[in-house]
Write a protein of this length. Structure first.
Length: 90
């Protein structure tokens, strides 16, 4: 006589197994935003590192990008939010 196969609900105490989680997915818009943020964050480091190596004229652009980067990002975010508000009102 063959033994009965154990059902998944009987093995877990009457509960169905939990469904597998879906992998995290990024939209293209989120990917674009992340790339812009990382490039704005890494540009000052590039210019300042080149200035440390002795390449002339790199310290000033690095400082300018470092100081104006957050302000530029805030302006872009504000314009984006205004555009989204205008788009939703249409």
């Amino acid at each position: 006589m063959k033994p009965k196969p154990i059902s998944p609900t009987a093995a877990t105490g009457g509960k169905a197994p939990a469904p597998k989680r879906r992998p995290i997915q990024f939209s293209l818009t989120m990917l674009l935003v992340l790339m812009a943020v990382f490039s704005l964050a890494s540009a000052p480091a590039y210019y300042l590192m080149r200035a440390e190596e002795g390449v002339g004229g790199m310290q000033l652009p690095g400082m300018i990008v470092l100081l104006t980067g957050p302000m530029f990002l805030a302006i872009l975010l504000s314009l984006f939010m205004s555009a989204m508000g205008w788009w939703n009102k249409r």
